[in-house]
Design a protein around this ligand. Structure first.
Ligand code: GUN
Length: 301
């Protein structure tokens, strides 16, 4: 029987409706809207589309989005000054720095300068450390979205062997921490892994986040596996492809995410969810306040 598809688009739509309703209820009581600052450095076309989609999704649910487009030539200091300004701005709950940054900017340094309480992507070492030590606070959006998708199909995690292909800071590494926390046994494959097919075959739960279209062949996949495809690449004919060869994988897996319409919409839903959670825990949540300038430091985190 072909795999059942896990519909991230419809789950994301449901979550967005819930988030919009939560915001509307509070705004109706006089609470200020949540705010998300989105920073894009340079002109990368894919990043421009991602950032636009994130800003549109914010507006749709009632989150105020503040866009900051900086030139590719901007310096580390200019970017640092913007982060400092946003850290201190009580109307900004979350700060999102779209990655990758153009060279020679140092993304790690900038991410570390974001107030961990406003770290809506969960990339600050404080938030990654909390996840590593099993006390998550703000969790990276794509892995959190995948956990939400897996929960939606009632995945049993304990004792399962999860194999993650790709060890990026954005997806692979935090994904491993999420699945470890959930009780899986984990293998992480990366560019130095020998015999990728062997590891993929061991996966009861397979997460692919590489960005190489069709890398994972259906005959590598264990019968009955759950397969989550994070990769999204545009082919020369304009179509979108995941890391997993969809047609052949569908004949082996029990569950499979489509590309597009699987993980992508969940990443955005989790960005909105993280923003709302920061807003709800902020010192300025209770009423529309007279700002004193101390609210940022008074956040509970
Ligand atoms: N670039 C690719 N994915 C992401 C993401 O989830 N967050 C940010 N900030 N940049 C990205």
């Amino acid at each position: 029987m072909p795999a059942q598809l896990i519909n991230g688009k419809s789950l994301s739509a449901t979550l967005r409706q819930q988030i919009a309703a939560e915001i509307a209820t509070q705004v109706g009581k006089g609470v200020r809207r949540p705010g998300l600052a989105v920073i894009l450095v340079g002109q990368d076309p894919a990043s421009q589309i991602y950032v636009r989609n994130k800003s549109l999704a914010c507006e749709e649910v009632g989150i105020q989005s503040f866009y900051y487009g900086l030139p590719e030539s901007c310096s580390q200091e200019e970017l640092g000054a913007l982060i400092e300004q946003l850290n201190a701005d009580p109307a900004v709950d979350g700060i999102l720095l779209q990655l990758p940054l153009p060279k020679p900017l140092d993304a790690s340094r900038v991410l570390e300068s974001i107030d961990p309480c406003k770290d809506v992507d969960g990339f600050h070492p404080y938030n990654l450390g909390r996840l590593a030590e099993r006390r998550p606070l703000l969790r990276p959006c794509t892995p959190r979205g995948i956990m939400t998708l897996l929960d939606s199909i009632q995945t049993e995690y304990r004792k399962k062997h999860a194999v993650i292909v790709g060890a990026s800071n954005i997806v692979g590494r935090p994904m491993a921490l999420e699945l470890l926390l959930a009780g899986c046994t984990i293998s992480v494959c990366h560019r130095f892994t020998q015999n990728l097919a062997y590891f993929v075959k061991q996966a009861e739960l397979l997460i692919c986040a590489v960005g190489k279209p069709g890398l994972i062949q259906g005959d590598w996949i264990q019968e009955g596996a759950t397969v989550i495809d994070v990769g999204i690449s545009r082919l020369p004919d304009g179509s979108l492809r995941g890391d997993v060869d969809f047609e052949s994988a569908r004949m082996k897996a029990a569950w499979l995410t489509p590309v597009p319409g699987g993980v992508g919409p969940m990443t955005i839903a989790m960005l909105l969810r993280n923003t709302v959670e920061i807003w709800q825990s902020s010192a300025t949540f209770i009423s529309t306040p007279q700002f004193t300038g101390t609210e940022g430091s008074a956040r509970r985190c």
